[in-house]
Design a protein around this ligand. Structure first.
Ligand SMILES: [Zn+2]
Ligand SMILES: [Zn+2]
Length: 338
């Protein structure tokens, strides 16, 4: 019985949207300029599924324009048919027919960021408990220059490396993770931001950090800091830049071409003592590392009880265009009486 409760909790935390409590704190705290392009207002699952479809259609069009036929075909095929294990009101699991693994693919990006969350959340919780540190979300920005995405990304990464070597930083931060966000404004300038989850040893004056950032960048003192009240929500917020590394709605064929040239740019990483901590704890660095939750969902088959309402699960075959409608139906259906 205990097992069943645990499973339900796990599934809930995995498939249900994160409570909006922590989000509202984030939204008022952050400077709008920083993440407006990617944050938007809170959207439903059906809206997000619809946006993913549009993004993909746009990408396929750009790939065809560049005569990247193979890429266009792969993107087109990715998640085009879905096997959905559902009770009719909840979704226990979605298995796609094919995953393209292209870094800008919104469906594959979602899977990738979920994998990062599954891998890093337990590590972060353990690190915080073990070291009695406080997690904070720090956003570092830099001045705009006429430069390529690659140059912009390299510049901010270099500044960050310098920052982490300074004594003030080490005094206050024990380690953490970084993710890179790249956007482009309507004037064609690339904006690189680093989103850091930093494990803070003790409270400090933000102005001191501002001076340090100015010292390593030479021209930028713009940064934002906010507390992380809920590690799961905080991690989810920063890994979204891994799933959505660029604002694809502003993408033209030239942007895609430039991106295809950036093959191995890293978008996420760890630093400081947290990096060593992860090395000691990681069972495996590859995709085979599955969470308890993933293996749990994997064990479910047609006829099993829905972990959320105990109604029998059945297998529903959908084409990609039908998924948003299915979400919509779930969103509008009243909750089952107990
Ligand atoms: Zn894909
Ligand atoms: Zn159900």
């Amino acid at each position: 019985m205990r097992q069943a409760t645990l499973s339900t909790d796990l599934i809930n935390s995995y498939y249900l949207p994160v409570p909006s409590k922590s989000k509202s704190v984030n939204q008022t705290y952050l400077d709008n300029r920083v993440t407006k392009s990617q944050r938007g207002t809170k959207r439903t699952r059906s809206q997000r599924a619809r946006e993913r479809l549009q993004t993909k259609k746009h990408l396929v069009g750009l790939a065809r324009e560049l005569h990247e036929g193979e890429l266009a075909d792969k993107l087109d095929r990715c998640h085009s048919r879905l096997s959905v294990l559902t009770c009719g009101r909840h979704i226990a699991r979605i298995i796609p027919n094919f995953t393209c693994e292209f870094r800008l693919c919104p469906d594959c990006g979602r899977r990738r960021s979920r994998k990062l969350q599954t891998k890093y959340l337990p590590l972060m919780k353990a690190f915080v408990l073990h070291n009695k540190v406080t997690p904070v979300h720090l956003v570092l920005t830099q001045t705009h220059r006429k430069e390529s995405r690659k140059e912009s990304a390299a510049r901010i990464r270099k500044s960050f490396t310098k920052l982490t070597r300074r004594s003030l930083w080490k005094q206050y931060f024990k380690g953490g993770t970084w993710s890179l966000e790249l956007t482009k404004d309507k004037n064609g300038f690339h904006h690189a931001h680093l989103h850091i989850i930093g494990f803070r040893r003790k409270f400090f004056d933000i102005e001191l950090l501002r001076d340090e950032w100015f010292a390593v960048t030479g021209d930028s003192h713009v940064l934002h800091l906010k507390p992380i009240l809920d590690l799961a929500a905080g991690l989810q917020e920063v890994v979204k830049y891994v799933s959505k590394p660029l604002d694809i709605r502003r993408f033209g064929a030239a942007d895609l071409k430039e991106f295809l040239g950036l093959k191995n740019m890293r978008m996420f990483g760890t630093f400081g003592e947290f990096r060593d901590f992860c090395k000691g704890f990681e069972p495996s660095d590859n995709d085979n590392a599955t969470s308890e939750l993933e293996s749990l969902a994997r064990d479910l088959v047609e006829g099993c009880a829905c972990p959320q309402c105990s109604e029998p699960l059945f297998d529903l075959r959908l084409s990609k265009g039908e998924l948003p409608e299915f979400y919509e139906r779930i969103e509008s259906s009243p909750p089952r009486s107990p």
